[in-house]
Design a binder for this molecule. Structure first.
Ligand SMILES: [Zn+2]
Length: 866
């Protein structure tokens, strides 16, 4: 129904008319443990003033039993499944409205998610609302700028723990025998999407943090399912939490505003984490079931600090509307990385940012659907689609440039006055810029225009002209700056560094190393490119690294000579950031067809053992597999897969690698082994599954790795699905059940049509199980069979969109998109976009546009690899 898609214009007119004071929300989840109970009772009483006699509340996909406006019942026909129409409002006095209704338990991760643990039969609930799913749980004005005090009362089965944004202040006997009431303190003014409730027989540990100056004490809690509790490293997490709170509390100059700080790890979570004030939710995948790499710990720390910075930026001060979603996300992404270093947790944090997060931004920024960082978000459906690489990674990257430009101290000074000026309020970008301009004394207008209001990455490349004596006559940085939306040239200023690298023989006869000649040379680019004056007359270097230090946001293309040097020697560069940049440039050239897949693979297999940054190594191992599956010419794919799996296997056996490298290589081996039905590989996989395993000394084969190995045996038809059923006996947990689904779906014994039918049955599978079945169906050796089972996706797309919640529908359309013949699929996709799909919802069209673009890229790059 169209009224479900709240528009910005409607939100603005409510803002103009309303001031919301309080929500009193009562939820009765006492029946949650009965799988047959689809509904929970929800009653909301709202007090607000209004200058208009009518307005509407948002309440999605529920049932409304009574609506009472200022003491009088309204007819229930005023509810259309998304909105409750309100009339008879007073325009003079405070209005009190009560909505009595029922809400639906969710299995899609949107709204009030219900999960029943196969390990112990227990039920766990949590809410996830951003951007617009709190209206699935209680009637409300669901827009970020209508903040109000929220008071929650939750009835739950006896013995359950219940959390919300504020501390629990009272408990008592519940509405029926064996249940309890939990009453919570009223919140400070809060946006509806930030309200939260968790309930269930969770496991909880507590601690406390007191600021170094003694002025503030905050109760801390950590919680997870009991089945996950053995992996809850509470000491480490509390330590990071305390150091983080100390840092932000001091640097932001505003005392932590939400009273207590709980962090709850939940199952089947759609995202990494969510910044519910005082009650942050994380995916329980962050409680590692087995050996994890340093980059996994670094990533978790980054997320923990990201959410914590939101307690101020996002929660205390909130973007008025979703156009400025980027502002809170970029800020948090910057802070997550900056604080990881500032609290002495992970000194290498910007390396992972350069290699991983920026790769995400660059690839998104080259899609036809790219958009300026400051996006036009006309409605909440568009908002949901903007949790993307531009909003997070490009935004943070540009913010990093801004911090470099205005200076770290003025930046924090600006943030401090921003929090002080707008605490518990809502803002737009202009409000932050005013504070930053004041603290830095700079006019940020031109910067904003160039970086926030245009789309697409600049392309930078070095052009070297040699003189007769072999020195450099000129080193020129060429710059192409186009706005991806208008196609017009734009002026994006950069301050970059250029590194000149020489090949230096190692003492003692080892591999030659690429060594930077002195300090990087700083160059300002003003839209036209520039000559690097300091380089003229110098000896020709082996490699020129443009954007050394990663100060700017731009796609860099290595010149031919530098690309050769990088392929041959990238493992022998000392600076891990320079290596990450070189790897990312080689990958970008591979995706463009400017570097052959086989050359990229040669670089990876030659230098993987020398890459000791786990984030970088993890990226390049998975990119190598993607290079084969997506970009290698189809005729060469079987050979490339065989060569790759054997190269990874032999690296895995090396003595000279670290534990992290061994683990990453073992994971890459399991993935690669699923693409090759070769007896030697199969034997290797079987050996690794033996207990005890002796073929790779020092490798601990944990349960998740075991599942990947089992998956390889089943996907290649080397074992029946019986081996997976046996594995479930070993791992009869929530994760085990999910992995089993994935393995069964990948088997040649499985009927892909039945699996696709199961996926397309609304509500049949939870979010995690949808992902698992898609992952199984999308195993490389099932490509043709799965495409065949899906049939004409374009004919089905609109129905899929209508039948499923948006979270599930997105996964289905992406996951079932044909993969086998990209050129043909691109043609059909374009025809759909122009014809039948012309009037399809914008969010669906966006996915098809992006997938068609990827198909075109694949077709182009595959021919370049012929
Ligand atoms: Zn965030």
């Amino acid at each position: 129904m169209t009224t479900a898609n709240l528009t910005r214009a409607e939100a603005r007119s409510r803002t103009a008319a309303l001031t919301v004071d309080t929500y009193d929300v009562t939820l009765d989840v006492t029946g949650a443990e009965e799988p047959g109970n689809a509904w929970f009772d929800t009653t909301t009483t709202i007090t607000f003033t209004s200058s208009a006699p009518t307005t509407f509340l948002d309440f999605l996909d529920g049932q409304v039993q009574r609506v009472v406006v200022n003491g009088a019942d309204l007819p229930s026909a005023a509810y259309d499944g998304a909105r409750v129409a309100l009339g008879e409002l007073s325009t003079e006095a405070i209005n009190t409205v009560t909505v009595v209704g029922r809400g639906r338990y969710s299995t899609s991760g949107q709204g009030l998610h219900r999960f029943t643990d196969p390990a112990d039969g227990n039920t766990y609930l949590y809410t996830q609302y951003e951007p617009s799913d709190s209206r699935r749980v209680y009637a409300q004005f669901d827009q970020p700028d209508l903040k109000a005090h929220h008071t929650f009362h939750i009835a739950a089965p006896e013995g359950w723990l219940v959390w919300s944004n504020q501390p629990e202040v009272a408990t008592g006997p519940g509405p029926v025998e064996g249940t309890s009431w939990h009453h919570f303190a009223p919140t400070p003014p809060l946006s509806t999407y930030l309200s939260a409730v968790m309930a269930g027989p969770y496991h909880r540990v507590s601690d406390q943090w007191t600021s170094e100056d003694g002025s503030l004490t905050v109760d801390l809690g950590l919680a997870c399912r009991p089945d996950r509790a053995k992996h809850l490293d509470a000491e480490v997490l509390f330590d990071l939490t305390k150091r983080g709170l100390e840092f932000f509390n001091r640097e932001f100059g505003y005392p932590y505003p939400w009273g207590k700080y709980d962090q709850i790890f939940v199952p089947e979570y759609n995202l990494g984490a969510m910044e519910n004030p005082g009650c942050v939710t994380f995916t329980e995948q962050y409680l590692f079931r087995e050996a994890a790499t340093r980059s996994q710990y670094a990533g978790r720390c980054n997320t923990l600090l990201h959410e914590m910075s939101h307690m101020w930026f996002g929660d205390l001060v909130t973007p008025r509307w979703w156009d400025d979603l980027w502002l809170k996300e970029s800020f948090a992404e910057f802070m997550g990385t900056h604080a990881s270093i500032a609290i002495d947790a992970f000194a290498e944090a910007w390396v992972g940012f350069a290699g991983r997060r920026k790769a995400w931004a660059y690839s998104q920024d080259q899609l036809p659907t790219t958009h300026p960082i400051v996006a036009d978000i006309p409605d909440v459906e568009a908002a949901r689609q903007n949790f993307d690489g531009i909003t997070y990674a490009k935004g943070a990257s540009v913010l990093k440039q801004l911090v470099h430009y205005v200076g770290l101290q003025p930046f924090f000074a600006g943030a401090r006055s921003y929090f002080a000026a707008h605490a518990y309020g809502s803002t737009s970008l202009a409000d932050l810029l005013v504070e930053l301009e004041r603290s830095s004394g700079r006019d940020l207008g031109p910067w904003t225009k160039a970086w926030l209001e245009t789309a697409g990455p600049d392309e930078l490349a070095a052009r070297v002209t040699t003189a007769d004596d072999g020195t450099m006559a000129e080193l020129r940085i060429e710059q192409t700056s186009l706005d991806a939306i208008s196609g017009q040239r734009v002026h994006r200023p950069h301050v970059i560094a250029v590194g000149l690298y020489d090949l230096v023989e190692s003492e003692g006869g080892g591999e030659p190393r690429l060594v930077r000649r002195g300090a990087p040379i700083e160059v300002e680019l003003a839209g036209e490119g520039a000559v690097v004056e300091a380089a003229s007359g110098q000896l020709l270097p082996a490699l020129v690294l443009v954007n050394d230090g990663d100060w700017t946001y731009a796609k860099v293309r290595l010149d031919e000579r530098s690309a050769r040097a990088a392929v041959d020697h990238v493992g022998h560069v000392d600076d891990p950031l320079a290596r990450a940049l070189l790897w990312s440039q080689l990958w970008s050239m591979t995706r463009d067809g400017d570097l052959l897949v086989r050359d990229y693979l040669r670089a990876v297999t030659t230098h993987a053992a020398a890459e000791d940054d786990a984030a970088t190594l993890g990226s390049l191992l998975s990119q190598a597999q993607s290079a084969i599956e997506s970009f290698e010419h189809p005729d060469r794919v079987p050979t490339a897969r065989r060569e790759w799996v054997s190269a990874v296997r032999s690296l895995l056996g090396s003595d000279a690698i670290s534990d992290d490298q061994r683990l990453l290589l073992a994971r890459a081996f399991a993935v690669a082994a699923a693409t090759v039905a070769d007896p030697e590989v199969v034997d290797d996989v079987r050996d690794l599954l033996k207990v005890p395993q002796v073929v790779v000394p020092a490798l601990e084969v944990g349960q998740d790795l075991r599942w990947s190995l089992v998956s390889a045996l089943v996907a290649t038809g080397s074992e029946t699905t019986g081996v997976a059923e046996e594995e479930l006996v070993r791992d009869n947990s929530m994760d085990g059940r999910t992995r089993l689904r994935q393995v069964l779906a990948s088997s040649p014994e499985a009927d892909p049509r039945a699996l696709v039918d199961g996926l397309l049955t609304p509500g049949a599978l939870s979010n995690d199980h949808v992902d698992a079945v898609i992952a199984g169906l999308r195993t490389p050796l099932r490509e043709e069979a799965t495409d065949g089972a899906v049939g004409d996706l374009f004919a089905r797309a609109t129905a899929i969109w209508a039948d499923h919640s948006i979270e599930i529908a997105q996964r289905l359309v992406r996951g079932l998109f044909p993969t086998a013949r990209p050129a043909e699929t691109a043609d059909r996709g374009r025809a759909w976009l122009a014809g039948e799909g012309a009037e399809a919802p914008a969010a669906l069209r966006r996915i098809v546009l992006e997938q068609v673009d990827f198909c075109e890229r694949r077709a182009r790059v595959q021919s370049a690899n012929a």
